[in-house]
Ligand binder design. Structure first.
Ligand SMILES: C[S@@+](CC[C@H](N)C(=O)[O-])C[C@H]1O[C@@H](n2cnc3c(N)ncnc32)[C@H](O)[C@@H]1O
Length: 301
């Protein structure tokens, strides 16, 4: 049963932690309750499940969110600054979608996907323009109507997930989006690699790392959340960053996959505290069998 937490992530995201929070929250640093943690960093933001929970429960002086996926960050920025214009587009899409037959819903999805992919050449991801707002609306529409809410791009940067055959989907949830927009005020959101987002992490901070997981087998390697991929060398880079930040007294938590033997991740984080949480497999591209999956939660406290 989900506990009412006020807001939910506005996009479904592979590896999203919304349903795992109940397990994760027991492992949060006690300094959060004591008010000793003043800054929060989440450098692999995705759907932001952890951020939304923490931002509603704890008071931080500043919050720094980032992700390398420029389409995702663009959408967050529109939710942050232009939520009412965004809602207008979303209501239009919802109305149109509801009015179509199932067959036409599918065509509408593919038209929207084609237009989204074509227009990416006109968007300057570094500088806000009017194009951001319809683009964010299209992104949310595609996320709600595509197969399994997966955001996957090919190397050319095209969104390539097929139609999800979800004919009665709720595309727009104004209440949730407006609340999220409020939560996002005074939050810094950047599109960048996790290393640069942690350049000047202060000591009284909490950092939650939720990177693309290390593959548990050769066939289970969904790591392509954005144009690039997340390779073993990136897992090594991340573990080096974790060790560096640890020296400054920052509280750190990291999620990753667990494998029983020759576990690369356990090796990289040797000396830290390991606990386990259990997720339900939902993404067919990263699963071999249905059921519960043991995942690693690593902390430096
Ligand atoms: C497991 S998902 C995060 C899920 C998130 N915690 C949630 O609840 O939805 C990993 C995220 O890392 C991002 N990412 C991949 N490579 C990155 C990099 N080098 N630096 C920062 N973010 C990266 C992906 O775009 C993706 O959104």
């Amino acid at each position: 049963m989900d506990i009412d937490i006020g807001v939910k992530p506005f996009v479904k995201w592979a590896g999203g932690k919304y349903r795992l929070y109940e397990q994760i929250r027991h492992k949060l640093p006690t300094e959060l309750n004591e008010g000793a943690i003043k800054y929060y960093y989440e450098p692999f933001l995705g759907g932001g499940a952890m951020f939304f929970r923490l931002a509603q429960q704890y008071k931080f002086n500043s919050i720094f969110l980032s992700d390398l996926n420029e389409e995702l960050v663009l959408t967050y920025k529109v939710v942050q600054y232009n939520v009412s214009d965004l809602l207008e587009y979303l209501w239009q899409y919802q109305k149109k979608y509801n009015s179509l037959s199932d067959k036409d819903k599918e065509s509408y999805f593919y038209e929207m996907r084609a237009s989204y992919n074509m227009q990416r050449f006109n968007v300057n991801f570094k500088k806000f323009s009017e194009l951001y707002i319809p683009r964010a609306a299209q992104m949310i529409f595609l996320n709600k109507t595509c197969y399994n809410g997966l955001f996957r791009q090919n190397l050319k940067g095209e969104f390539n997930v097929p139609f999800g055959k979800n004919y009665n989907v709720q595309i727009v949830d104004s209440n949730n989006l407006c609340k999220i927009s409020t939560i996002l005020q005074n939050v810094e959101i950047r599109c960048e690699d996790f290393c640069s987002s942690c350049d000047d992490v202060k000591s009284n901070s909490f950092v939650y790392f939720d990177p693309p997981y290390s593959p548990v087998s050769k066939t289970a390697n969904f790591t392509s959340y954005c144009k690039g991929n997340f390779y073993h060398k990136d897992q090594v880079r991340l573990s080096n960053l974790f060790r560096d930040l640890d020296k400054s007294g920052t509280k750190l938590m990291l999620s990753n996959s667990y494998v029983e033997t020759n576990d690369i991740i356990s090796e990289l984080y040797k000396g830290y505290y390991f606990s386990y949480i259990y997720s339900h497999k939902t993404m067919p591209s990263i699963i071999s069998k249905r059921g519960k999956v043991k995942e690693l939660l690593i902390t430096n406290y």
